[in-house]
Design a binder for this molecule. Sequence first.
Ligand code: 13P
Length: 252
Amino acid sequence: MRRPLMAGNWKMNKTISESVSFVRMLKAAVSGVKDIGIIICPTFISTNAVYGEVKDSNISVGAQNLFWEEKGAFTGEVSAAMLRDAGCSYVLIGHSERRQYFGETNEIINKKIKAALSNGIVPVLCVGESLKEREENSTFEIIENQLKESLSGFSQEDASKLVVAYEPVWAIGTGKTAAPQQAQEVHAFIRRIYSEMYNNIIADKVRIIYGGSVKPDNVSELMKQSDIDGGLVGGASLELESFVKLITYSRS
Ligand code: 13P
């Protein structure tokens, strides 16, 4: 049985004080929730303050990125050990916005996953095809390639620690969610690749969450799909009411 996850990716939104006041309210609103993991990924500078607010609660903190080196002359970068120290237990790696605007390749993503794992942080590996790739019918090829290259050289044990996020680029921030069956098809494919690369037990255990215009009115249908284990949410995680609805979807 895979425990579902609902992760809010705040991207470049909210100041430190806005972040802290949001999680204070979130903590109160979801204090009784036990059946779903809740993760907030604020900006780097807010992670520690957010952690201070949620450390004894059912909310975990994630970062949106990291740099793979341990320390040194890498102006502007933040290492995995620093994130761990700031209270992050998850980190998003290879988000499509990082691939698109900051030139992240599968090779870079591979190094970042390695750094996260060696510091005890759960990597959330993001994969997904662009609209052009979907229209050219190369979705499965793209996803397979992203998984194989990003996970190259990892042991079964490493692979079992990851969360995978499927985020079709054309569904991010556009209001166009993938149809639940369309998302399920790709999630099942990701699980199949995982079982080919590792084994059935690991593939069965790995949580594969969906991102791309997840909203209170589509979350139940998405979560009903057998291979969708949660959501990675941008816009709808910025408002308390909608994020709480996503977390409590099964009871709404
Ligand atoms: P939206 O929920 O705003 O479409 O963003 C999805 C996303 O990119 C989460 O990482």
